[in-house]
Ligand binder design. Sequence first.
Ligand code: CAP
Ligand code: MG
Length: 408
Amino acid sequence: MRYIDFIDRDYEPRETDLLCRFRLEPLDQPFDVIAGGVAAESSVGTWTELSTEKPYMADKAAKVYRIEGDVIDIAYPIELFEPGNMPNVLSSVAGNVFGLEDVRNLRLNDITFPEELVKSFKGPRYGIKEVRDVTRIKGRPLVGTIIKPKLGLNTEDHARVAYEAWSGGCDVVKDDENLSSQRFNPFEERVVQTLEAGDRAESETGERKVYLVNVTAELEEMKRRAQYVEDHGGRYMMIDILTTGWSSLQTMRDAGYKLIIHAHRAGHAAFTRSPVHGISMVVLARVARLIGVDQLHVGTAVGKMSETEEEVRANIAACKEPMHGVRPVLPVASGGLHAGMVPDLMRIFGVDAVIQAGGGIHGHPDGTAKGATAMRQAVDAVLGGYTLKEYSKDHVELARALTKWKAA
Ligand code: CAP
Ligand code: MG
């Protein structure tokens, strides 16, 4: 088969096909030829006709069944994939094609998994409802913080800052994506001391307090760390899903830990940032959901990261929309957030979200505890139908935050 033979505009995708939507910009050859090339190189074909081709292979070839402007839709027969093997799926549809010289730019913008493939993955163990059951938080966003500075604090200071954040009103305290078990803050000591601080804050406030422990490491070590967290009464583990990789993530999900999986996407922008080349966050969100994360960073549209509101809404939809019965993932808003942004965040996310602030809490003029209180007050203001300005009149922590970040 030649590249052009992978084009079939009359093809009606089957229920069992995996569907991909790409944006394509060929280098200099006819669009259809290179569109066919993308289908060929991501399924059964290569740059020239093969003497080794067999007639029985024809039905395994991917087909470009729709071309609209620079957008192409490709249907992949399910026989091309090994059920339950995500790296296998991605090595086809998101593999070599990005490096073809004949392709100036290529972006995988969306992917639709057929039911049979969906069923071959575990999906989230918890999902939104069950996370709410564990955290006992109903009808509002979870309010969280990331311990800052992200690296450098010793274990005592880490646990103390966590305690202050919880005492001030945070539900969630998480390690930063690059904190693992460095000498200045070793993993096991940190887990013990910070969980103790959480228990203390929980008994003092009467609210459930959760610690998102970063277990990111080599796979066997990651498993050992997850077991350690579970054995010490932890309820969550955080994994940097892109730097550890999909197969590690799948192993951690399939290992059956009772821990809620918080997925950090450090490094995603290397794939997702360019609007013309790479892989969209929507695709990464669908893959992470299928493998089985319970919470996932999706951008904010208002904070320090680059995503637009439209992109963030698409990421949120990928976490929550129906997917053959797979549980919805709780979207996480994070990155340059402070109390002044809460109304916009709740307009975009609704109440089903984790709203977390690092600098926006630990940078509060009166310290971490007041910073946490200001975030909770901002959420309460929105739920109560007040503007932040009105509510801050008799909520000084919020007023101080709004003044500092000029959000009044
Ligand atoms: C936020 C954060 C998170 C980012 C990740 C940081 O801290 O801890 O890792 O939100 O980005 O290190 O920048 P601040 P995203 O609240 O102090 O900004 O959520 O877009 O994946
Ligand atoms: Mg971080």
